[in-house]
Design a protein around this ligand. Structure first.
Ligand code: PMP
Length: 442
């Protein structure tokens, strides 16, 4: 019998030191179904990481495995470059139904390659081509990927530290992170101050920033620590971009397809973006990314953005079934309702334990920010406690719950369970997490 230890040993000897998840989750996975993964030694875990938000339907859902099996049995091509197939057109049909009608009516789609970063790369290139400008505004705490260009757009200096000369002309704007507003103002006042700053960057010729091609953001920051942009704030930002003729790119790689309680996170505010980036859930757990945008921006020259794996046929089949299942079973509504249940349980814990500084998020994308209760950071806010977050994460893991840690200070425990989560599974997650908090914060 091969054990966890055997496989982990092999991995440590042969894989690069860039690997991250295995450091925090020392297991090798034998099989997985729904929310449950089973390791080589037979121990079961509830998976609240779920491929970093990829597995909307959990592991090996029937509609995904059926789609894959049918493709193989029918001998339809698994690889066609970007030559079309019935599989691809059926996928696009479903994708366009998921997008809001006022957006999809005039939309074009472009397949970008297997990863979320591929989608962001394409969106940025398209915005530059369509506007003839090169500056991009991004947001503090944002995450858009690990390639050179997408890392340039991401706020995290820690990841960029070792690299000189990333993509130039990217400027970081303040995200409405109420808990640690850079202006020292909470709530609406802080959000207003941030918008005023962006207004001055766009409108003041003396701002030192040349007119941007686009503003890119997540409507709920994921890796940045489950921070939702308030609806009014996003509406005003959209208004600003329209006034200044700047494209608005919404990165829905993590938030898309029901996770935040609507099919797309930008829908909470009622805005319509110019470009939407989708990956993760869009391929039903298989690698796929795609952007959609208004057809007036379709300024690519043939060959301007190519790639061998622009459109994985298996991922399109799995993705089509997944999106249809999410839509027909209103998993967005389920995420909103059961997410509320988790959020209120987490808020109760916050009342009992001063080390829980903030509980926030939307739908099934929630975060718990751990703080030191006696010290403050350079801006006078409670100091984030990454060591405590790691320790809670470890206690959860030992008890059979896989939870990611993220956030600007690596002190946010992040909940990203599959959208099919049942009530019983939710109660078990709350139980385990409560025990882990009690153990670490008593
Ligand atoms: N954008 C967002 C919002 C993401 O959360 C991620 C991945 N976590 C990416 C882009 C990059 O996706 P990938 O890891 O597939 O390149």
């Amino acid at each position: 019998e091969v054990s966890n230890t055997d496989l982990l040993q092999q991995q440590a000897n042969r894989e690069s030191s860039a690997r991250t998840y295995p450091r925090r989750f020392p297991l090798a996975i034998r099989h997985a179904k729904g929310l449950t993964v089973t390791d080589m030694d037979g121990k079961e875990y509830i998976d609240c990481l779920a491929g970093a938000g990829t597995l909307a339907l959990g592991h090996n859902h029937n509609v995904v495995t059926d789609a894959i099996r049918e493709m193989i049995d029918a001998n339809v091509p698994l690889h066609t470059l970007d030559i079309t197939t019935a599989t691809k057109e059926a996928f696009i049909d479903e994708l366009l139904v998921c997008l809001p009608a006022n957006f999809s009516r005039d939309a074009r789609v472009h397949f970008c390659g297997p990863t979320g970063a591929d989608g962001v790369e394409a969106a940025i290139k398209l915005a530059k081509i369509a506007t003839g400008r090169s500056t991009i505004l991004s947001f503090q705490g944002g995450y858009h990927g690990s390639t050179h260009a997408t890392m340039s757009l991401s706020g995290n200096l820690h990841q960029k530290g070792a690299l000189e000369g990333l993509v130039p002309n990217v400027h970081f704007m303040p995200y409405p992170y109420d808990y640690r507003c850079p202006f020292g103002l909470g709530g609406r006042a802080g959000e207003k101050a941030g918008l005023n700053f962006i207004r001055s960057v766009l409108g003041d010729p003396e701002s030192g920033v040349t007119k941007p091609a686009a503003i890119i953001l997540e409507a709920v920051q994921g890796e940045g620590g489950a921070i939702p942009a308030p609806d009014d704030w996003l509406k005003e930002l959209r208004q600003l971009t329209l006034e200044h003729d700047v494209l608005l790119i919404i990165d829905e790689v993590q938030t898309g397809f029901g996770r935040t309680g609507k099919l797309f996170a930008f829908e909470h505010s009622g805005i319509t973006p110019d470009i939407v980036v989708m990956s993760k859930a869009v391929g039903g757990g298989l690698p796929l990314s795609v952007i959609a945008y208004h057809r007036k921006y379709d300024k690519w020259q043939p060959g301007a953005h190519i790639g061998t794996f622009r459109g994985n046929q298996l991922a399109m089949a799995a993705g089509r079934n997944t999106l249809r299942y999410i839509r027909e079973n209103d998993l967005a509504g389920h995420a909103a309702a059961i997410g509320q249940q988790l959020a209120s349980a987490l808020r109760n814990l916050q009342t009992a334990f001063p080390q829980i500084g903030d509980v926030r998020g939307r739908g099934l994308m929630l975060g718990v920010e751990m703080i030191e209760d006696r010290t403050s950071d350079i801006q006078g806010y409670p100091k984030a406690d990454p060591a405590l977050a790691r320790s809670v994460q470890k206690s959860c893991f030992d008890r059979g719950l896989i939870l990611e840690v993220g956030g600007r200070h690596s002190a946010v425990l992040r909940f990203l369970p599959p959208l099919i989560i049942s009530n019983a599974e939710m109660l078990k997650i709350i139980d385990i997490f409560s025990d882990a908090i009690a153990e670490n914060c008593a």
